[in-house]
Write a protein that binds this ligand. Structure first.
Ligand SMILES: [Zn+2]
Length: 201
């Protein structure tokens, strides 16, 4: 075998980084990928094409740290681009770590993609919102959390009471789930302050 040293099936794993808006998910994803890069592992990063907030090619967190990312329209494109279809062997491509940002916006197929990548010995690091603005589990995130070895829930500060926040409270009227996370549109809130806000908008 040639190529990357970590591409053994037993080394594959799935990590999920989740939490409310402003919990630092993307910063944590970037931190883990940069550490892997320092360890001379080959990394690649994907994001759904829907997210064009700041830049079309880089993932840019709210604190402006950045790393290049490939926008894809469908989960199947991740497998195609990493080369883990049956046609191309992973050892030829040599990817060790695959990052996926804003995973809540992917189709349900992203769960199977993560499992297939990890079965090929790849470390998969997924970041995404665990709940939408109604407090409902968001897209494929619950299933990704279920199949992951490690789940990290991050908690920003509740803007009402200063406690640890778990929910993203929308402070502008809009019922589109896809509305993206501009700072002026949401604020992190704990469960109690979120519920109070939903009852008295
Ligand atoms: Zn609160």
């Amino acid at each position: 075998m040639t190529g990357n040293r970590n591409a053994h099936p037993e080394s594959g794993s799935i990590e999920v980084i989740c939490g409310a808006m402003f919990s630092g998910k993307t910063e944590e994803l970037i931190r883990r990928l940069k550490r892997a890069r320092i360890a001379r592992l080959h990394i690649t990063l994907f994001k759904p094409r829907v997210d064009t907030r700041y830049h079309s090619e880089d993932i840019v967190s709210h604190d402006q740290s950045r790393i290049e990312a490939r926008p894809v329209a469908h989960s199947s494109e991740v497998l195609e681009q990493v080369g883990t279809t049956d046609v191309v062997d992973i050892d030829v491509v040599g990817i060790d770590v695959v990052g996926i940002d804003e995973a809540q916006f992917f189709d349900e197929g992203i769960v199977d993609v993560a499992r297939k990548l990890s079965a090929r010995g790849i470390r998969v690091v997924v970041a995404g919102l665990d709940m939408d603005y109604l407090g409902v589990p968001f897209g494929p995130m619950p299933a990704l959390m279920a199949v992951a070895e490690q789940v990290t829930k991050l908690h920003p500060v509740c803007m009402e009471c200063g406690g640890p926040a778990s929910h993203s409270f929308r402070i502008v009227p809009d019922d589109n789930q896809l509305m993206l996370g501009e700072k002026e549109s949401y604020e992190p809130r704990c469960r109690a302050c979120f519920n109070r806000g939903m009852q008295n908008p």
